[in-house]
Design a protein around this ligand. Structure first.
Ligand code: AMP
Length: 424
């Protein structure tokens, strides 16, 4: 099947050819015709499947072939995303695929000055990519008029629900006209998503692009059992001995992300952290530095990492297992993208054995465990309960819920002296 078969406009086909996409991905094959026919749609597809083009291409086609109705402050297509990073990426896709079309798009999110966003919206836009909170601010200040929205797209809707955006979403929907097309994308179908979908989708076509809670083929997954206090030392050792050049590392908390990135830097490994407490400018810079190879390690929390599209990311490390098993699937989905091989490693201490069991139950398989010589867990350490996400953050946990003994400064490069090789 080729992109030509969809009947997309010449301008879109040229933009696709510029991207060197040979054929539509499976989610695109399923979703594009449905959107072009004007149906509502509920899609389960994870990042990396090509879902963004799956809704952006037909949306651009529809907007460019219908009579223009842009008026001051108006918005024709509204794309809501949970995070600023995802919003930036989606808007980049809109610009990339729409570069030969006379459509105007913009992006709004919190944490940056609202005035410049208001200025752009004054003339009306064809496509607005927004995070919910800032959009509501703009609507309440009458800087955005949503009464003419033709297409509403909720990207990563499950994450929006996780992040507590449900009321914001309801409020936004109350400003939209009754007649419109609705597209809802989520990583996995859940009962909550189905309830949300029932509330505002009209006879939606259901598309399940990625099978529920399955990890992509092509990703090798390894568990390293290790004591909590030795995790950062082991991570430095792995990065140095395996000579990883670009690795995304997950921690459970913002505090833990900061601390780990500092510890890696102390060990002579360039690292930076990305999470919601950082300014937008700092997050953008961290991601850009990581993408261009200026830093080897990006340490991220689940929320900050959602939707990050980093091409050919070879390694993902779970410094701590997520407390929600499904997040494991999202995390390791950052590697092995678009048919590339990827490696996912998890450093698992005794406190996390229950979490590991839940993940293996979800995946319906047992993951390979490798005990590295020199890092064998101390059998005398007893498991401590892991507080749930919120409490954990308040207590400043994130790898810090147990005392951690770092090597002293004159011994910080101790990973160099650890045994090498023999990892598998
Ligand atoms: P997404 O799932 O939307 O985050 O897309 C993941 C990556 O796949 C992006 O880097 C896209 O540029 C790329 N992509 C999207 N569609 C195709 C395609 N048909 N062929 C090859 N790559 C694609």
């Amino acid at each position: 099947m080729s992109f030509k078969d969809f009947g997309l406009s010449e301008e879109l086909l040229r933009a696709i050819a510029d991207q060197d996409y040979r054929e539509p991905t499976s989610v695109q094959q399923l979703a594009i015709p449905v959107v072009l026919e004007g149906h509502d749609m509920l899609v389960s597809a994870q990042t990396g499947t090509g879902k963004t083009a799956g809704f952006t291409l037909p949306m651009l086609h529809c907007l460019s072939t219908r009579p223009k109705t842009r008026t001051p402050y108006s918005v024709r297509a509204l794309i809501l995303t949970p995070t600023r990073e995802l919003a930036v990426q989606v808007e980049e896709s809109v610009r990339t695929y729409g570069k030969f079309l006379p459509l105007k798009s913009t992006i709004v999110f919190g944490g940056v000055n609202i005035n410049s966003q208001m200025k752009i919206l004054r003339g009306g836009v064809d496509i607005l990519v927004a995070t919910p909170g800032r959009l509501l601010d703009l609507v309440s200040q009458r800087a955005a008029d949503l009464s003419k929205v033709e297409i509403l797209i909720l990207d990563e809707a499950d994450r929006m629900l996780d992040m507590g955006f449900i009321n914001d979403i309801r409020k936004i929907i109350s400003h939209l006209p009754k007649t419109r097309q609705n597209l809802l994308f989520c990583a996995t179908f859940s009962d909550e998503i189905k309830r949300l979908a029932d509330g505002f989708l009209k006879s939606p076509k259901l598309i399940e692009a990625a099978r529920r809670n399955t990890t992509a083929a092509g990703i090798s997954q390894t568990i390293y059992p290790v004591d909590n206090r030795r995790k950062s030392e082991l991570l430095s050792f792995l990065i140095a001995s395996k000579n990883w050049k670009q690795v995304l590392v997950f921690t459970r908390t913002k505090h833990g992300a900061n601390r780990l990135s500092q510890q890696l830097c102390d060990d002579g490994i360039s690292a930076t952290a990305i999470h919601g407490n950082k300014t937008q400018a700092a997050r953008t810079k961290a991601l850009a530095d990581f993408k261009k190879g200026a830093v080897r390690v990006l340490v991220a929390t689940d929320i900050a990492a959602r939707g990050l599209d980093i091409e050919q990311l070879p390694h993902v490390v779970n410094f701590e297992l997520p407390t929600v098993a499904e997040d494991y699937v999202h995390r390791i989905g950052r590697t092995g993208r678009a048919g590339n091989e990827g490696e996912a490693f998890s450093l698992v201490c005794i406190d996390e054995h229950e979490l590991l069991k839940k993940i293996e139950h979800l995946l319906k398989c047992s993951l390979t465990k490798v005990v590295l010589p020199g890092y064998e867990p101390d059998p005398s350490i007893k498991a401590q309960p892991i507080p749930n996400g919120r409490n954990f953050q308040r207590r400043g946990g994130g790898g810090g819920n147990q005392s951690r003994s770092r090597p002293s400064s004159n011994n910080r490069s101790s990973y160099n002296k650890r045994p090498r090789g023999n990892f598998r």
